[in-house]
Design a protein around this ligand. Sequence first.
Ligand SMILES: Cc1cc2nc3c(=O)[nH]c(=O)nc-3n(C[C@H](O)[C@H](O)[C@H](O)COP(=O)(O)OP(=O)(O)OC[C@H]3O[C@@H](n4cnc5c(N)ncnc54)[C@H](O)[C@@H]3O)c2cc1C
Length: 145
Amino acid sequence: MVKNLPLKQNQRGQLITTPTLQVVDHPEIFALGDLADCKDADGQQVPATAQSAFQQSDYAGWNLWASLTNRPLLPFRYQYLGEMMTLGIGNATLTGMGIQLEGSLAYVARRLAYLNRMPTLKHQLRVGLNWVTKPIVDAFVGKDL
Ligand SMILES: Cc1cc2nc3c(=O)[nH]c(=O)nc-3n(C[C@H](O)[C@H](O)[C@H](O)COP(=O)(O)OP(=O)(O)OC[C@H]3O[C@@H](n4cnc5c(N)ncnc54)[C@H](O)[C@@H]3O)c2cc1C
């Protein structure tokens, strides 16, 4: 769908944006996340990751409001927060913000970070409860159920 839009794109079909997340030649259109080819305020290429999309969403919301109310727009500043990865069951690796963790501690820290990212308290409770109860249910009732 994006490829069919009459907007400037790179070779991968991403919409080329300014650091304020406005599509080139179309300042009334904002693009972010994987479908946007964006260089931030410092000129660094913004990677196509969830943490970039998440950070861009604040700027896109703010800039949309600013453009509607004739206020100055903020150029996006990407902040690399690190990487987290599960390694099988109960094991993970985590690097970022000067911390490096491995093993079960990284596994727990990763889950807490994900819980923190849930949009509402309701989501946090549902997901957190599921993580705690699922192994117990699996143990007693069996995974097939
Ligand atoms: C296997 C895999 C692992 C990854 N792991 C990581 C990771 O560990 N860390 C990390 O930071 N990033 C990771 N990423 C990248 C991350 O998922 C993306 O960068 C992030 O999801 C981009 O967010 P987005 O909102 O731009 O796009 P998306 O999350 O892809 O959201 C786009 C949404 O638009 C919907 N959509 C598409 N077409 C239409 C249409 N025509 N009409 C209506 N809706 C439509 C889609 O269904 C989707 O819900 C991973 C990606 C993959 C594929």
